[in-house]
Design a protein around this ligand. Structure first.
Ligand code: NI
Ligand code: MN
Length: 225
């Protein structure tokens, strides 16, 4: 499993030959100007919630690639009515895709489209593949429901928001990594806006003080799980 950070809440996950893009927000992200949205490969696009900083590049990527959209029922329906194909899910449900099993997990946040339209309740994704298991928390507070994740699967890596203000911050993410029982954390949802700028070294030190690893990839950088 290869994971590439696309900036903000965006990821590209490669399992075998399948490309799964999560929450693409590239063309509107000043920090991701060096990435070319038109060269991003996608077979599936997983969307955690409807906020603009998670869906901005969904249509341009899906139009070019024909990627299937995986999200909650409301977000799936929003895109399906515009002609995009995909797969609707909801909290606690799992589905076996060709690349692995996906569960739509709970998140404590909000989820409306930019025009105020209801985007269902926000979520995250637990993706179990033969190449590894990844939990992508989505935009969320620290929540006790995270304790359910290790009852479902043993994680190889947890992707947690660390920017604070709109989501949990570093200290809460350390507690979240306890809850999900995974000491290897890829941080995301930080630095993009003024409200969520963090001190990278301080964040990493806080994790290592608890014998945990916080990985902060450069935008466009990849890691193998
Ligand atoms: Ni959000
Ligand atoms: Mn967000």
């Amino acid at each position: 499993m290869k994971v590439t950070y696309l900036g903000h809440g965006g990821l590209s996950i490669e399992v075998d030959d399948t490309h799964i893009v999560v929450d693409p927000f590239i063309s509107g992200n000043d920090l991701a100007k060096h990435l070319d949205v038109d060269s991003i490969e996608a077979d599936y696009i997983c969307i955690t919630h409807a906020h603009f900083d998670h869906i901005a590049d969904v249509e341009v990527i899906a139009n070019r690639t024909g990627a299937q959209i995986i999200s909650n029922y409301e977000i799936f329906t929003h895109f399906n009515q515009k002609g995009f194909a995909g797969h609707p899910m909801n909290h606690g449900g799992s589905w076996q895709f060709n690349f692995g099993k996906v569960t739509y997990t709970n998140a404590v946040h909000t989820s409306s489209f930019q025009d105020g339209t209801y985007g269902g309740n926000p979520g995250g994704f637990l993706i179990e593949t033969k190449e590894g298991t990844i939990y992508i928390a989505g935009d969320t507070a620290l929540t006790y429901d995270m304790k359910l994740i290790p009852l479902l699967a043993n994680l190889d890596i947890a992707v947690l928001p660390i920017g604070d203000n709109f989501t949990m911050g570093v200290d809460a993410a350390i507690l979240a990594s306890d809850f999900v029982e995974c000491n290897k954390v890829l941080g995301y949802h930080y630095d993009t806006f003024g409200y969520i700028k963090i001190d990278h070294n301080e964040a990493k030190s806080k994790f290592s003080a608890k014998d945990k690893e916080l990985i902060l990839l450069d935008i466009g950088e990849s890691m193998n799980i």
